[in-house]
Write a protein that binds this ligand. Sequence first.
Ligand code: MN
Ligand code: MN
Length: 355
Amino acid sequence: MSVWPPKTDNGGQPPFKYPFSFAHRSVYGGGWTRQVTVRDFAISIKMAGVQMRLIRGGVRELHWHVQSEWAYTISGTCRITAVDQEGRAFIDDVSAGDLWLFPGGIPHSIQGIGKEGCFFLLVFNDGNFNEFTTFLLSDWMRHIPKDVLAKNFEVPASTFGNLTHEELYIFPAQLPRSLLTEQQEVSQETGFVPETYAFFASQMPPNVTRLGGEVRIVDARNFPITSTGNISAAIVTLKPGGLRELHWHPNDDEWTYFVKGKARMGVFAAAEMARTMNFQEGDVGYIPISQPHWIENIGDEDVIFLEVFPTRYFEDVSLAQWLAHTPSRLVNQHISTGEAFITSIEKFKAVIRPL
Ligand code: MN
Ligand code: MN
């Protein structure tokens, strides 16, 4: 909310926040899902998000879609599978804090296997993505003539007599066999995908550690499939009072997701337009390319949020670093702080304050 804005707010900037709790929740036997797309959230042109909960054993049906899928596991454990263009297999188990990236068109599935299944966030590199119009295995199969299926697999048409006539989509199912057993089965003859689709961010040391929090960056530098999937991210923890420093992203729009805590974000949209809004668990933010912004922890517990980009590489420009590397006389003639302050600014990128 921006009920009591700071006096620095000004102008008619449209909202850059949409809570998942505003989205309709579609409930199935195996779990539930809801989405935030450009159809609900006008500013979010380049990315859309989906929350999904799968019960223990619950399966998100084998499917694919045009867009790439980047995912962050919020709680529980998921068994994920995929197969690439060369028939090479991928299968792994991811838990809270871990993520995956399936490039567009790669067929995949997700199953809840934790004690209470799993809960995760999906991000797609197109604001127009629609979770309810993906290519489903069972949907396609039942729209293919049985004689064509028979010819395709060179078996009798009766093989396909039990195809379901109802959508599976998210359904309760038997638990999978052990990861090792399933890995051995699916990799026969073709082996595994050369670049894994899973990334165990929960075990990654931070790129940046400050008194005010820490940041983990996951992009093509440490997760090679990002070069194909084109979605990168920063996973940020802010301690109470911590600030994600004044910055902007020169390479693309930011899709922000608040995993936990209470935060405040201020965005400047040029032409004297500035707006401040509060965020909490389950809220989405969206910041157009190069609009400068800051995020502050205003609660008394840690804030965890994700900055997601439809790019191969994470990039940001820091206000402090810009000023620190510009002649102090020139800067002082803009902001009148005195040159002593300008020359004292750290030359490295802070990312988070306090240092
Ligand atoms: Mn998918
Ligand atoms: Mn940012």
